[in-house]
Design a protein around this ligand. Sequence first.
Ligand code: CU1
Ligand code: CU1
Length: 289
Amino acid sequence: MYTRINQRNLTSLQRSRFVRAVLEIKRRGAYEKYVSLHSKYFAADGESGLRVAHMAPTFFPWHRQFLLTFERELRTVDPGVTIPYWDWTTDSSASSSLWDDDFMGGNGRTSDGQVMTGPFAYRYGAWPITYGVTEERYLTRNMGRPDRPIRLPTKAELDDALTMAVYDTSPWNSAPSTKGFRNKIEGWTVSDTQGGYLHNRVHQWVGGHMIGASSPNDPVFWLHHAFIDLIWVRWQRLHPKSSYLPSKPLASKDPQHGRVISTEDTMPPFGVRPSAVFDHRKYYTYEEN
Ligand code: CU1
Ligand code: CU1
């Protein structure tokens, strides 16, 4: 049992221990498997077969298990490290301490998006990108998407999404019309011209490698998803009578049959059921502030 804390409350020692553990996993050649695994399970609605990580009800439990797996590896490097969370409703600008030189590093430069500062800047040698959808070997960011400006989601937007009592609904995908909490938070209910809703917009706001299937190439991915995980915790607390859906496998006549995972099916590649991770408190707690 351990605690995840808001990144803004980390001491400078905690910041450097987190960074060092991430860099050590990279140095061992063990980081790329997280990028490739995320890519592999980032299926779009139009593709056939099972949707697991995105555009599917398992968005929350799959990422919870994904973070747990990464966090366990971090803790083999340094047992005192946990994944901090980034509350982007409060740390909502490129000048927040999240992006300082001793932590995530700063924005990409204008010419090519290359991150030039901090431990993950390519020029310092510790963070070459070897698995990705583009050829660039250097980490890129494009904060705020200046060509079509967007802002990080506000607390009001988050609170609005948290009022939704239904976890997810048919067709269990990224259809903009659905009323479920999962789709609202994941962000497909608002068009891309606005950057999408909550989760998607944060990826778009950081830009560069954070966009798309190989987004774990940017270590801020973990901090973003720790907050998404905390949002699920808050939703569970607000809606104790609601639960994960679909609770049973979909009927064979349902067009989504075989494409989404119900409560007691197993999530690849972990072989873990969504129900096994509904309660995070057997693994960790959140210090909320
Ligand atoms: Cu993801
Ligand atoms: Cu994400």
